[in-house]
Write a new protein. Structure first.
Ligand SMILES: Nc1ncnc2c1ncn2[C@@H]1O[C@H](COP(=O)(O)OP(=O)(O)OP(=O)(O)O)[C@@H](O)[C@H]1O
Length: 716
């Protein structure tokens, strides 16, 4: 039933919102495809569209509570996702108005009798969906808030922790916090403010069976909070070498890290802050199959366990209430995952607060109920069509835990929002590249995903830089998350990566995205990415050089002329400012072990922005007879090729950045044309350089032939 419903909604939704969602995106009519074609870069569109989709999985539906399958040994561990008992359920009282799903028969549930009223959900509409934070109010029942940061695990709420009661809700006499308690609360506030605004964490999953069967290598080396990607590349003579890309993040979690540890590192520190009028967002980014869902699934349940602990322990009798909602953004449309994928509308109210009209919000007070709701939403999400991963990887799933409180502590008025924690399992990042797919629907979905991931990055960056303008209108995703981007907010990004060599390109893209989010943050100082200046270039090296070379077969005819002309144009003095490049480190077997391109780019730049390179020594060309000379020549030519490749890669980065700008700026047609003209000019400039390189190589080959003739005739 879900499947049918989902299909139907999918096609229907496209018709309704087509114009709004896609017409202003250059990826459609003024499409990315057309743009890339006009720039001669259409080959770039296909690179990621054929990623393999992992098989359907036996999900643990957030039930693990104890690390899921993430801990333990390596290798097979990733296929073991055995359910674990959920500890601590009995610690929480069950509110009578919110019967847990589990207490009802499964047939009831299957028959669709989950009427919203059973859960006493708040049906959100423009009037009741309150996204504005409750103004700061004195919290009368503050007690030693140390547990705010270190929730006491496995203890009952009857534990006789010192607490001060709320006058309005209990018969206990009000007690004012003493000095120590106030100090402690202040300290907690301080701790809360010391939680970074943005935290970027990378999680590497173990190799899976498929990758092992294909003999793919684990190319990710982790060390503390840094990681190195070992990318195997080919030189022009087809020998392999390994290029290293090193990154530093706030935390790097390797394949041995359990889901529990992921929670401790990412979400646990921000849970207490949402009681202090903060909105926090945790999202997982990465290619399909990199472990986003595996990572995100247990987090909301673990967080709600801690939230409930705080509510019933630290903030006991303070009138805090917890609400859960779960929805999905698919092709730019919103669907309620807790209400049979009912289509939802997003509206802005008079105060520019975003409201999701019709979204069911469930008031919950025990972990079991939350677990059931999450399972329900997840099942609705992943069983939409035949391929669960195929579907889930094309949608963003957003689970929100909202803490509310009545203004006066009484039940008579609707509670107001105190803080919110949003968990986002993003669409597979490579899905944004599906813009060349023959299926229009797929193409548009890809465009929307692309747009939303870029917009998300921009919003986070703006947020961290305290920019007054947050570009949340860039996509449906960021529009929906608008209230999470304004005011006091925290963001945790978990970048999920696959370790295998087959995913290298996607992995580098993911790390680059994460690096951009992190490195542009205020207060982070210079980029932490050790090879940051070469990183971006390296990402585009999967592009075959031939694909940007002008098709020509007649260079040999005019070699000499072209060379002479170019020499003049470059006005080059080889003796004073030659291009220097770190030489490859040769292994004993003749293969290169590591090859780090020099970062001293200044040296190779001429004032006009063109790159200089060292001329092959004419004396060598003319007089060489020995193998040493030839090797020197070869080395010089290789340096040249690398210099040009670097130029091309650099250009591609400019093109990428420009494309990002285009998407972000939603440029109207005429400005788009300006961009294209500018980019074409850049590309032509680069193409001239490449042409020159090709001439040089042909010339060199000719010389080599001559040399060989000489060698053989002179008896060498
Ligand atoms: N850290 C990990 N430890 C063990 N297994 C893992 C880990 N991360 C992911 N896996 C396994 O890898 C497979 C793919 O993971 P998952 O479905 O979470 O990927 P995804 O990034 O969410 O994909 P999609 O974007 O398609 O939804 C699953 O079988 C999952 O159990």
């Amino acid at each position: 039933m879900n499947g049918m419903g989902r299909q139907g909604q999918r096609s229907g939704a496209t018709a309704v919102h087509h114009q709004r969602q896609y017409s202003d995106n250059f990826l459609d009519s003024s499409s990315n495809g057309r743009w890339l074609q006009s720039a001669g870069l259409q080959h770039l569109q296909n690179s990621s569209s054929s990623s393999s989709i992992p098989p359907l999985q036996d999900y643990n539906f957030y039930g693990g509570g104890g690390g899921g399958g993430g801990g333990g040994g390596q290798g097979m561990r990733m296929y073991r996702n055995a359910p674990r008992g959920f500890n601590g359920v009995n610690e929480f009282y069950v509110e009578p108005t919110t019967p847990p799903i589990s207490s009802r028969s499964s047939s009831q549930r299957k028959n669709g009798e989950d009427s919203p009223n059973e859960f006493s959900p708040g049906l959100l509409d423009l009037h009741s969906f309150d996204t504005e934070l409750l103004p700061e109010m004195p919290v009368p029942g503050l007690y030693d808030g140390s547990s705010l940061f270190h929730p006491v695990r496995g203890r009952s709420f009857d534990d006789s922790e010192p607490f001060l009661s709320n006058k309005q809700q209990t018969s206990r006499a009000p007690v004012l916090p003493d000095n120590n308690l106030l100090k402690s609360f202040a300290a907690d506030k301080e701790k809360a403010s010391s939680v970074a605004k943005i935290k970027v964490v990378v999680r590497k999953r173990p190799m899976n069976k498929k990758e092992l069967a294909k003999n793919e290598e684990d190319i990710i080396e982790t060390l503390s909070n840094s990681l190195t990607v070992h990318e195997t590349k080919l030189k022009v003579d087809l020998t392999e070498y390994v290029e290293k890309h090193e990154f530093v993040f706030d935390a790097v979690l390797n394949e041995e890290v359990s889901n529990d540890e992921v929670y401790r590192e990412t979400v646990e520190p921000i849970v207490p802050i949402i009681f202090q009028r903060t909105k926090a967002t945790c999202f997982a980014y990465g290619q399909t199959g990199s472990g986003k869902t595996y990572t995100m699934k247990p987090l909301p349940l673990k967080a709600s366990r801690d939230i409930l602990r705080l509510m019933h322990h630290t903030y006991r009798n303070q009138g805090f209430q917890l609400f859960v909602s779960f929805f999905e953004i698919y092709g730019g449309k919103l669907f309620d995952l807790l209400s049979d994928r009912k289509k939802l509308c997003m509206r802005e109210d008079g105060k520019q607060q975003v409201c999701i009209v019709g979204l069911q919000e469930y008031k919950v007070s025990d972990v079991e109920t939350i677990k059931d709701l999450i399972e329900k939403g997840n099942a609705t999400r992943s069983t939409g069509t035949t391929g669960a991963n195929e579907e889930s990887s094309r949608s963003h799933a957003i689970l929100q835990l909202a803490i509310k409180r009545s203004v006066d502590g009484s039940e008579s008025k609707p509670p107001r929002l105190v803080g919110k924690l949003s968990f986002i399992d993003l669409a597979g990042s490579e899905r944004g590249a599906d813009t060349t797919d023959n299926d229009k629907q797929t193409r548009m979905e890809g465009a929307e995903i692309n747009k939303s991931l870029l917009a998300l990055k921009e919003c986070i960056r703006a947020l961290d830089n305290d920019k007054s303008h947050i570009p949340f209108r860039g996509s449906k995703l960021t529009e929906v998350l608008r209230d999470s981007f304004v005011g006091n907010s925290r963001t945790v990004m978990i970048s999920c990566i696959s370790p295998s060599s087959g995913s290298c390109e996607h992995t580098l893209n993911t790390l680059r995205y994460a690096d951009r989010v992190k490195s542009l943050s205020k207060g982070n100082g210079p980029k932490k990415d050790i090879l940051s200046s070469t990183l971006n270039m390296k990402e585009s090296t999967n592009m075959p050089l031939s694909s940007v070379l002008p098709a020509t077969s007649t260079f040999e005819d005019d070699i000499t002329d072209a060379w002479a002309e170019q020499d003049e144009r470059d006005d080059f003095d080889a003796s004073e400012d030659s291009y220097e490049q770190e030489k490859p480190v040769w292994k004993e077997n003749g293969k290169v072990e590591s090859y780090n391109i020099s970062t001293s780019e200044d040296k190779m730049r001429k004032p006009n922005g063109m790159t200089k390179w060292k001329e092959p020594s004419r004396s060598i060309l003319k007089n060489s007879r020995s193998d040493d000379d030839l090797n020197a020549l070869l080395q010089e030519e290789e340096d040249l090729v690398n210099a040009h490749r670097k130029q091309v890669e650099e250009t591609m980065n400019i093109v990428r950045e420009e494309m990002n700008l285009l998407v972000e700026a939603d440029q109207p047609g005429n400005q788009l044309d300006d961009y294209i003209t500018r980019l074409n000019a850049i590309l032509s400039q680069k193409a001239a350089g490449i042409l020159q390189l090709q001439n040089r190589l042909l010339h060199f080959q000719k010389r080599l032939k001559e040399h060989n003739v000489l060698v053989s005739s002179s008896g060498y």
